[in-house]
Ligand binder design. Structure first.
Ligand code: KG4
Ligand code: ZN
Length: 369
């Protein structure tokens, strides 16, 4: 059953109180134990996604409409196309998530949405739609940081995952090492100074004519190549911080390709893919291990689309295991963008009584706190 209160002008005053109605929100937070039901919406990049989740773990639905085919012909995500496709898909995706979960608005405790970071025009679609739903239904609004979602994705498939932990989020838009002292507390240790890990995969793939997204194609080719064939640079491997720089690696690949072509030599693409991937992985693994040691954690989680990379998972697992740290990686469907991870993160925020007012806006560079 769907219960949407009609949006009469008289309603606005009362519902706009959402941000200020502290007592009511505190009561909702206090009642949110293992049974709160959240509808989460994610539109930060090129997937329109909605999920209904009970108690932060029980996935009642997880619907993802990908736009990847619309962007592939341009070799990357085109922001204007992304916003337009979100606008076209969002109503159907949310309806499908509610219908698969067999839940109406009356059965929900909150509406959650990715507030940032991401493409602003894409984020705005989800945030505006979630605000509209909140206003129309009187349900409280919970804002989630997209990176927080990628971190919480691990908890969905690994209930044993415990804080304090270190998380590495590697996606098309982000490369961040985060210390998580407790659920809902995030301390970013470092991030990329230029290209994100997935972006590096995508750019190198484009250079080699492998199509978009490039990660899956490069990782497949790398399986047949020799990772020691070409000594690509490991930027910032020994820097004392937790930042990353990947644009130099991309340039080194470009320079190598041009030099080989100029010399009339044929490029061994699997060797190149494996060597590029190894250079990227070496730095990620070294910084991950150092962070785990410095913060003395027993658990580590990997999230984001690049977490689908088998070589990265294996190298990270082996290196962390040697230091007595357990690695948790979500299944593939939860590594790439989805709304189930946003619902899992929203559950934590709900328990902490952290809600958004209707004046809140999407933010392309929302910091993780
Ligand atoms: O998390 P995600 O779906 O979107 C963002 O939030 O950016 O990540 C997409 C990225 C793309 O750059 C894609 O090339 C990369 O994840 N990716 C991979 C693999 N599968 C996807 N990168 C390396 N190896 C893979 N197997
Ligand atoms: Zn993502």
């Amino acid at each position: 059953m769907t219960h949407i209160r009609p949006m009469l002008p008289g309603d606005l005053g009362g519902v706009l109180e959402i941000g200020a109605d502290v007592a009511r929100l505190n009561a909702i937070a206090a009642a949110a134990d293992g049974t709160d039901v959240i509808l989460a919406i994610e539109t930060s990049c090129d997937e329109t996604a909605a999920s209904v989740m009970r108690g932060g773990r029980e996935m009642l639905s997880n619907v993802v409409a990908t736009q990847v085919d619309f962007h592939a012909r341009f070799g990357g995500v085109v922001p204007e196309i992304a916003s337009r496709k979100h606008t076209e898909a969002i109503v159907g995706v949310v309806d499908e998530a509610l219908s698969q979960a067999d839940v109406g608005f009356g059965g929900l405790d909150a509406i959650a949405v990715t507030q940032g970071p991401g493409l602003i025009g894409a984020l705005v679609v989800g945030v505006a739609y979630a605000k509209g739903l909140s206003l129309a239904t009187g349900l409280p609004l919970v804002g989630v940081n997209h990176l927080e979602g990628h971190i919480l994705a691990s908890r969905l498939s690994d209930p044993e995952l415990a804080t304090p932990l270190i998380a590495l989020v590697v996606s098309g838009g982000h490369t961040s090492l985060v210390h998580v002292p407790g659920w809902g507390e995030y301390h970013t240790l470092g991030s990329t100074l230029d290209d994100a890990a997935g972006e590096a995969f995508d750019k190198v793939a484009k250079l080699l004519g492998l199509g978009y997204p490039g990660g899956p194609a490069i990782s497949r080719l790398a399986e047949q190549g020799d990772s020691a064939a070409i000594p690509f640079p490991r930027a910032m491997l020994h820097s004392r911080d937790y930042d990353f720089s990947l644009s130099g690696l991309k340039t080194a690949v470009l320079t190598y390709v041009r030099r080989e072509q100029a010399a009339g030599r044929e490029i061994d693409v699997p060797d190149l893919a494996a060597s590029f991937q190894a250079a990227l992985i070496d730095v990620q693994v070294a910084k991950a291990v150092r962070a785990a040691e410095e913060y003395g954690v027993r658990d580590f989680c990997l999230g984001g689309g690049v977490a689908a990379n088998t070589a990265l998972r294996e190298a990270l697992r082996a290196a962390l295991c040697a230091h007595g740290v357990r690695l948790s990686v979500p299944p593939l469907a939860l590594c790439t963008d989805n709304a189930a991870m946003i619902a899992a993160a929203a559950h934590v925020r709900l328990l902490r009584g952290e809600f958004l007012g209707l004046e809140a806006e999407a933010s392309a560079s929302l910091p993780l706190r």
